[in-house]
Design a protein around this ligand. Structure first.
Ligand code: CO
Length: 208
């Protein structure tokens, strides 16, 4: 891609937006009120807004390798705090995707340097669900199941945060686990049973 092209694309985009609504940027600059916090993978093929069909201002987005929510990552923890406690989003979405390079790398026994501590969080998900994953013979199936289980465990990490626990008590937030299927373009709701998960973990992680 020619970098210059990006700036001409931008000029065209401004023109198109103003053609539809001459106050578009005036309204956009007046503030944001998104109802969704989306935490997804940095993968260039999984563009948050485009796959959901949403406009600027509608979704607060955080992306990193393999859509992780490590408990000690100041970046994602700050995003959750700001989105939940200040922007008061109504939904938190963890969106993984099949054929995720980060998840694949974590399944291989390779020293990847600075990526090791990050990918270790995914290896921990594998360890937690080893009995289920070990009986899956097909490699692709096992890989994609780990993608789903990783989404589930990152949702659990979201539920462990003080901000989300508080919002849950006030019944003003819902957590969702989704997977984007790159092969079909389909967005799949994993329909994770958070009531059951919360029942199991509340005793240990409760902060309120
Ligand atoms: Co990915």
């Amino acid at each position: 891609m020619n970098i210059e092209e990006i700036f001409s694309n931008n000029k065209k985009w401004i023109k198109d937006r103003l053609h539809i609504d001459e106050n578009y940027f005036k309204n956009l600059s007046s503030g944001q009120n998104p109802e969704i916090l989306y935490i997804g993978c940095s993968d260039s093929r999984v563009s948050a807004e485009e796959l959901m069909g949403v406009q600027p201002g509608e979704v607060f987005v955080h992306r990193n390798i393999a859509n992780m929510v490590p408990n000690t990552d100041l970046n994602v923890m700050s995003v959750i705090n700001y989105a939940v406690s200040h922007l008061k989003v109504k939904h938190v979405v963890i969106c993984g995707h099949y054929y995720c390079g980060g998840v694949k790398a974590a399944m291989q026994s390779e020293d990847l340097g600075i990526l090791n501590p990050w990918l270790r969080n995914i290896r921990d998900v594998y360890r937690l669900h080893k009995s289920e994953l070990d009986i899956i013979v097909c490699k692709d199936e096992k890989y994609n199941r780990l993608v789903e289980l990783n989404v589930q465990e990152q949702c659990v990490n979201v539920l462990k945060t003080a901000d989300v626990q508080k919002a849950l008590l006030e019944k003003c937030i819902t957590v969702h686990g989704w997977v984007f299927d790159i092969h079909s373009g389909e967005l799949i709701d994993l329909k994770i049973d958070f009531e059951k998960i919360l029942e199991d973990i509340r005793e240990i992680y409760r902060l309120h």
